[in-house]
Design a protein around this ligand. Structure first.
Ligand code: SAM
Length: 258
C-alpha cells in the first residue's frame, strides 16, 4: 500500500477538505448519530463531523497507522476516536447509523468486500454517504503520470507497475450495493473542477496523493520526478489567467440505506 505522510497531507489537502465539507452538509445530521468515517486520513474531517454530533459519536478508521497516530495526537473530543482498520475487512457489527467516506474508496479496486463490511457495520435502516474518484476521474493527470512511466528517464522504476484506481461508475456500483444488501438511493458521477491556487500548491497535492507513482522513485530523485510530472501536466493544461492549476475530476457519490 502507498505510504501516506500525515503531516504533509494535513498541509496539502484543502481541496479534499472543501469537498468533504460539501459532503458533510448532505448528511443532514440530527446530532445524536453514531458515525463511522471510513478512511479518515489525518482526522480533520472526522473532527469537523464530531462537532456536529453533540449527543452522538464518531469513529475514524484508516489503513495508514501514520494517519491514525497523527489524528489521535491532533484531535481531542469526548465523542471522537480513531482506530486502525482496513476498509476491505471491517469487523464492526450493527454499530453505526451512518458510514461516511470522502476521497478514499478509489484507493481499492474491488469494492464488493468493502460494501459487505459496511453493510455489516450498520444498524438496520442505517445509511451511507460515500464520495470517491469515479469513472473518468483525473484523466489528464493519469495520462501524464502514465506517460512518465514510459519516459526513458523513469521507466526503469515502473517495469512491474500495475497499480490501478477503483474509478467505477453508477451501473456496476448499483449492482454491488444491491448484492451487499443495500437499497441503492442516489448513485451518480459528478464532474468537479479541482483548483490549485498555484503550481506549488499543485505540486504539494501531487507529492502527497500521487504516491503509487512517487513511491517507486528512490528518495534522492523523487522531487525531480514530481517536478517533471508537474511541468508536463502544465504544458498540456496551462495555468489560468490567475495562475491557478485546474484538474478535471469526476466523483462518484453514493447514497444508500441498509
Ligand atoms: C486522500 S486521503 C482522504 C482522507 C480523508 N477522508 C479526507 O477527506 O481528507 C485517503 C485515505 O484513504 C486511506 N485508505 C486507503 N485505502 C484504505 C483502506 N483499504 N482502508 C482504510 N483506509 C484506506 C489512506 O490511508 C488515506 O488516509
Amino acid at each position: 500500500m502507498p505510504t501516506w505522510n500525515a503531516t504533509d497531507y494535513a498541509k496539502n489537502s484543502s481541496e479534499q477538505q472543501k469537498w468533504a465539507r460539501e459532503l458533510i452538509a448532505k448528511l443532514h445530521l440530527r446530532g445524536d448519530e453514531r458515525v463511522l468515517d471510513l478512511g479518515c486520513g489525518d482526522g480533520k474531517v472526522t473532527a469537523e463531523i464530531a462537532e456536529q454530533l453533540p449527543r452522538g459519536r464518531i469513529v475514524g478508521v484508516d489503513l495508514s497507522q501514520e494517519m491514525i497516530d497523527f489524528a489521535t495526537r491532533t484531535f481531542h473530543r469526548p465523542n471522537l476516536s480513531f482506530d486502525h482498520a482496513d476498509a476491505r475487512s471491517l469487523n464492526f457489527e450493527n454499530e453505526f447509523d451512518i458510514v461516511f467516506s470522502n476521497a478514499v474508496l478509489h484507493w481499492v479496486y474491488d469494492h464488493e468486500p468493502i460494501l459487505r463490511g459496511i453493510h455489516r457495520s450498520l444498524k438496520t435502516g442505517g445509511r451511507i454517504l460515500l464520495q470517491m474518484g469515479g469513472r473518468g476521474n483525473a484523466r489528464g493527470m493519469l495520462a501524464t503520470a502514465t506517460e512518465l512511466t514510459h519516459d526513458p528517464r523513469w521507466s526503469r522504476y515502473f517495469t512491474d507497475f500495475n497499480f490501478r484506481y477503483g474509478f467505477h461508475g453508477p451501473e456496476e456500483y448499483t449492482r454491488w450495493l444491491t448484492a451487499a444488501g443495500f437499497h441503492a438511493g442516489r448513485v451518480e458521477l459528478i464532474p468537479k473542477d479541482m483548483t490549485h491556487a498555484t503550481p506549488e500548491r499543485f505540486a504539494g497535492w501531487v507529492r502527497t496523493t500521487w504516491i503509487p507513482w512517487t513511491d517507486r522513485i528512490p528518495p534522492a530523485e523523487r522531487e525531480t520526478f514530481i517536478a517533471d510530472l508537474v511541468a508536463r501536466y502544465l504544458e498540456l493544461h496551462p495555468v489560468d489567467e490567475a495562475g491557478r492549476v485546474h484538474v478535471a475530476m469526476v466523483r462518484l457519490e453514493v447514497e444508500a440505506t441498509a
